[in-house]
Design a protein around this ligand. Structure first.
Ligand code: GGG
Length: 355
């Protein structure tokens, strides 16, 4: 029997709650489709940091290395500064395993109500491709004159040709493979003097290798407005680490909730494990209440199955999500306008897998 080893890192806050449901779904679908999934749990979190002074042990990356994939919940909780929690767990995993593609689908699932548009006419179905290893998320910079009126902070965004070119090529290839060859670059070359003109330049040069892919570029400010006003015009949008991060929260927000949004942190060469996580964070405001939407985590698990080559099983999970959301009287969590608990929505999806 085909079998895969999955590292499970639920993390903080609602991460642990939504992870329970994703693992139930994975258990069910793997037995339906006849393959094995062995889960190895790692309870690394802000709680670990409080106890040990580290988000994960010193050999944490090595402990993850031999897994086929990693399923992550959410990272960050009040009491531990966000830059400590993210740089102690999430960002090292992405970088050590060279997961340079963050792939984030944005789709209006059945039953969702876009807050700003007539749901019947909104055709939201696109992908954000986010550069995931450098850019604005850098440790280059410093602080001086702390506490004086000369206090100054410098934060340097770093963009290498290697990382810029490889994410652009991935986005072009992905657009082509999607069968909707229409790629938009998120830029800001009218305000950011060096880096964004560089992105424009690399985009233009690489686009010559893909004459069949229609291209456009939009400054990030107007692009945000177009996401809200005309989301149907996009198929694939590629951007830097920060722009991709912002757009991939805004996109699902336009569909009514970010609770459903998944992401894949991919090492396309498959030299290292890839990691799958919902776009949302640990949501401390609702943590412990059992009302978080588990769909972002379950959809991330479906992307994990696709990556393992179990595409039929992944598609089956997506159909189960859509069946449940599209059915009258579905147990919806509060972000979807209902009153159901995380476990009730999870159970409905698990049951739909057996149908
Ligand atoms: N589920 C992912 C998570 O916990 N995200 C928290 C966050 O702030 N992430 C920033 C990032 O994706 O770079």
């Amino acid at each position: 029997m085909r079998s895969y080893e999955i590292a499970v890192v639920p993390g903080d806050g609602i991460g642990t709650e939504v992870m329970t449901e994703a693992l139930r779904v994975l258990d069910r679908v793997s037995s339906e489709f006849g393959f094995g999934l062995k889960f190895r749990h790692f309870d690394w979190s802000c709680e670990t940091y409080r106890k040990t002074g580290r988000m994960m042990p010193e050999d944490g990356i090595d402990r993850l290395r031999d897994h086929d994939s990693i399923l992550l919940g959410a990272v960050g909780f009040p009491g531990v500064p966000d830059h400590i929690s993210l740089w102690g767990l999430l960002i090292p995993i992405r970088r050590e395993f060279d997961q340079y593609v963050s792939l984030r689908p944005v789709r209006l699932l059945p039953g969702l109500t876009p807050p700003l548009r007539d749901g019947a006419s909104a055709d939201v179905d696109f992908w954000v491709v986010r550069e995931n290893t450098e850019g604005e998320y850098s440790q280059v910079g410093g602080r001086q004159g702390t506490g004086t009126d000369q206090e100054m902070v410098v934060q340097v965004a770093t963009f290498t040709r290697r990382a810029t070119d490889r994410i652009l090529r991935y986005a072009f290839d992905f657009s082509r493979g999607l069968g909707r060859p229409n790629l938009t670059l998120a830029t800001k070359s009218n305000g950011i003097y060096h880096s964004m003109p560089y992105w424009d330049e690399r985009f233009a040069e690489i686009s010559a290798e893909y004459p069949d892919v229609a291209t456009s570029q939009e400054h990030i400010d107007i692009l945000c407005a177009k996401f809200v006003l005309q989301p149907e015009r996009f198929d694939v949008v590629v951007g830097s680490n920060l722009f991709g991060d912002i757009l991939s929260d805004l996109g699902p927000g336009v569909t009514g909730t970010i609770g459903v949004a998944p992401s894949a942190n991919i090492n396309p060469e498959r030299v290292h494990p890839s990691m799958f996580e919902p776009v949302h964070g640990s949501a401390p405001d609702i943590a412990g209440q059992g009302i978080a939407n588990p769909i972002g985590q379950i959809w991330s698990a479906a992307m994990l199955l696709d990556h393992l080559g179990e595409e039929e099983a992944g598609a089956h999970v997506m159909r189960a999500i859509e069946t449940v959301l599209g059915s009258a009287g579905a147990p919806l969590t509060p972000d979807l306008g209902g009153r159901a608990a995380t476990g009730e929505l999870g159970s409905a999806i698990v049951n739909a897998i057996g149908e």
